[in-house]
Design a binder for this molecule. Structure first.
Ligand SMILES: C[S@@+](CC[C@H](N)C(=O)[O-])C[C@H]1O[C@@H](n2cnc3c(N)ncnc32)[C@H](O)[C@@H]1O
Length: 213
């Protein structure tokens, strides 16, 4: 799986869907007052870039060496001491993790103050099927309720939860994972009116979770 992601590295650095977004602004706002951060599943490094621009000292990690993280590791096993970072952030990645509950526990352990999460929220079975057709490494988008349970199960408190709609280029979304032909047609049909005027709109959840909450 890491080789698959390494092969996609430049596509994720360039990606319009990852480079920008209201969710990145929110992560920066929620990180205010922190000095250090860990960007888990950094991919193209967009969270790290924005947090560094805001003055934070950031360490990146990702299991795919091609993403050129500071540390190569899975979210389920973070090789850092407890409380190593003021903020731990993870954006648009948890739906790929083999064990999301273990990854949340690890993020909670290495955070000193807060864990900031953004991911595509579950939009029903048709969208899940489209996501798997488009990218076989897709595990699952979680519902609002599942996210709350995961956060509380990791021993964190829920400080703020927001919902955002994120629109980006549909063909580029398919191309990033090499989805074409019948699979692309089927994914398009499953997504229904989430695709319009060449753009796809997906719902995201953003969670600010705190230690000792
Ligand atoms: C969509 S990209 C991340 C996007 C990035 N966080 C951003 O905001 O632009 C998903 C990343 O998750 C990583 N990944 C996949 N499985 C993982 C796991 N179990 N633990 C940590 N990262 C994982 C992949 O290597 C890939 O870089």
């Amino acid at each position: 799986m890491s080789e698959l992601w390494s092969g996609r590295a430049s596509a994720y650095v360039e990606s319009d869907a990852h480079r920008e977004g209201e969710d990145l602004d929110l992560l920066v706002e929620w990180a205010a007052g922190a000095r250090t951060a860990l960007d888990v599943a950094t991919g193209g490094g967009h969270v790290a870039r924005r947090l560094r621009e805001a003055g934070l000292e950031v360490v990146t990690c990702d299991p795919a060496p091609g993403m050129q993280p500071d540390v190569v590791c899975h979210a389920e096993h973070l090789p850092f001491d407890a409380g190593s970072f003021d903020v731990v952030a993870c954006r648009t990645a948890a739906h790929h993790f083999a064990d999301v509950a273990a990854s949340l526990r690890e993020m909670a352990r290495v955070a000193a103050d807060r864990v900031l999460l953004v991911d595509t929220v579950n939009m029903g079975d048709a969208v899940e099927e489209a996501e798997r057709l488009r990218d076989p490494s897709h595990v699952r988008n979680y519902t609002d309720g599942e996210w709350r349970e995961l956060v509380l199960g990791a021993g964190l408190g829920l400080d703020d939860v927001r919902f955002l709609a994120h629109s980006f280029d549909f063909e580029a979304w398919l191309a990033r994972t090499g989805c074409e032909g019948d699979d692309a047609e089927r994914a398009r049909a499953l997504l229904g009116d989430r695709v319009a005027d060449g753009r796809i709109t997906l719902d995201k959840i953003a969670i600010r979770a705190v230690k000792g909450g």
